[in-house]
Write a protein that binds this ligand. Structure first.
Ligand code: SF4
Length: 182
């Protein structure tokens, strides 16, 4: 697929994402606008996140940042997806974002992006509890995805850079996810 065709198909992916349940904002962005910062990953492990080491799609179980950076450098476009709503609904909204990211990734695949890769927002919450122990394996591997934060993406800066600034309002929550396209 040449670059023009890629761009046209990426716009179709964007239209699809827009119609997913719960989605409030979407944008087709260039991956050079995605801000990756080691401090985000450091925060996962050293700022008291309760899910660290407990969720199989969170650090330390996900690839190291160096590996992600190498993979990431092969992508040009991505679709940024946001789901917003009342903070009392935080878990349901996180699941809606997860579903939207997953379905958009599948749609991208069907539109000629074989390396489409979805990243959710926050810890994977498809199951109430992740299995633990030395040989623990993800129960829903087909659908589980790591978060943008787990990969060291500065979500707040990235959203601001592309004009999808996250407004922190009392009683409201915004989850952001991403689908890398190639
Ligand atoms: S799908 Fe379930 S087992 Fe897999 S990472 Fe998510 S919560 Fe854990």
């Amino acid at each position: 697929m040449d670059l023009i065709q890629k761009f046209e198909n990426a716009r179709k992916v964007l239209e699809f994402a827009k119609d997913c349940e719960g989605v409030s904002k979407v944008k087709l962005i260039e991956t050079r606008d995605i801000v990756v910062d080691e401090r985000v990953r450091f925060q996962c492990s050293h700022s008291g996140c309760r899910e660290y080491g407990k969720r199989l799609m969170c650090p330390p179980f996900v690839p190291e940042m160096e590996e992600f950076k190498k993979v990431f450098s092969n992508y040009i476009f991505a679709v940024l997806i946001q789901v917003s709503g009342p903070s009392c609904d935080v878990l349901r909204l996180a699941k809606l974002l997860h579903e939207a990211v997953y379905k958009t990734e599948k749609k991208a695949f069907s539109l000629g992006f074989p390396f489409a890769a979805g990243l959710i927002g926050g810890p994977c919450s498809l199951c109430e509890k992740c299995p633990t122990g030395e040989n623990a394996k993800c129960i829903k591997r087909e659908k589980a995805r790591p978060s943008m934060e787990a990969m060291g993406i500065d979500v707040i800066k990235t959203c601001k850079k592309v004009g999808m600034e996250i407004e922190f309002k009392e009683g409201e929550v915004t989850w952001t996810g991403l689908v890398l396209l190639d």
